[in-house]
Design a protein around this ligand. Sequence first.
Ligand code: ATP
Ligand code: MG
Length: 438
Amino acid sequence: MRLSNFFMPVSKEAPADASIVSHQLMLRTGMVRQNGAGIYSWLPLGFKVLKRIEQIVRDEMNRAGAVEMLMPTLQQADLWRESGRYEAYGKEMLRIKDRHDRDMLYGPTNEELITDVFRTYVKSYKQLPVNLYHQQWKFRDEVRPRFGVMRGREFLMKDAYSFDLTEEGARQSYRKMFCAYLNAFDRMGLTAIPMRADTGPIGGDLSHEFIILADTGESAVFCDRALLDLPAPGLDLDFSGDLVPVVEARTKFYAATEEMHDDAAFGALPEERRVSARGIEVGHIFYFGTKYSEPMNAVVQGPDSQMVPVQMGSYGIGVSRLVGGIIEASHDENGIVWPDAVAPFKVGLINMRVGDAACDAACAALYAQLEKAGIDTLYDDTDDRAGAKFARMDLIGLPWQIVIGPKGLEKGVVELKRRKTGEKSELSAEDALRRIAS
Ligand code: ATP
Ligand code: MG
């Protein structure tokens, strides 16, 4: 993408109404534009990151055997009356009436809708297990929308729903999601810690929140330092195998959010292992048995011909919240430092002297090669001052920068900079390309 052709409204000033760094940086880099309290337009740069995160989540859901679909944002209130949640959900639910005076709502979550899909088509245990997911906008009329996209009212969530005949089956489905989550967050460059959590209005008896540590996190969290160094299960994990040891290798360490915190158990840890910090919830998984299947009559025929309510779990990831969360976890005084896998572009190519025939030609040639190699590149072909170009490229935080100027070209070199470390090297354009591709 040529910057002259892109739409990236970068501003120099820190916005007055943003209190945390990720929100400030998202506004300054022109990633989002607030439209109303907790409601945002995703401008091209922000949209690219959102799509990258969505794709990683999709890959890891699919790898764990979940199947993608899409449910609507608008739902009929009647389904929620069946589960008993229409009244219970309270003011967070945006209630709407259509022209026929029918009660509708903008979905804050989808347990009811998916249970209705399930009960319509699945009648036998032979069709189980099944796990269906989608990535769709949700609306929750939060009391205090804040921190930009981290606590929005309209936000993008990945929500998956598992259906099993037995409790043990449901627990295995839960473990699959537990492992898939760790892999997905790891690919995004995040250390997400699974913590025992309260089940809240979703209900159920087994639940973990996935938390990334950040000073600006909304919740107080407590965990064993050992958890910070545990590697993710890995993309070669066999999801049809025994996942109990994989899950237990993590759940055996102390980790809890404030609501579930047990001071005595935490205090029993050696002092140097006690981590008491703030955290951002990026995912939340639940096993809740027959909480929805029973009232909504989602039953299947078991091997003994008896009809039994299906065992369910639900699994959410805050896709749009992650954009802010990743910035909280990865920035410096000059701006964002995108982890490679979620960066909007992999490379920022800077032409130091636009209008100089040699610079223009060298940039155009390298840009073409980068694109040909499938390396998403933002080519700064504007005639802004060099200092402004450098500052802007640091601000938007692409993993690699290549600077082409007349002095270097005389020596046959370009400058390659790694945003994360600031490390610079002079090398030929071919070598720069090779280094980035590897
Ligand atoms: P929280 O405790 O932060 O209010 P929740 O427990 O209500 O979240 P879930 O119902 O578990 O959230 O939703 C799944 C995921 O969706 C959460 O883990 C979070 O990452 C994301 N999420 C929830 N509410 C919001 C919001 N208002 N804005 C952005 N993301 C959100
Ligand atoms: Mg939650």
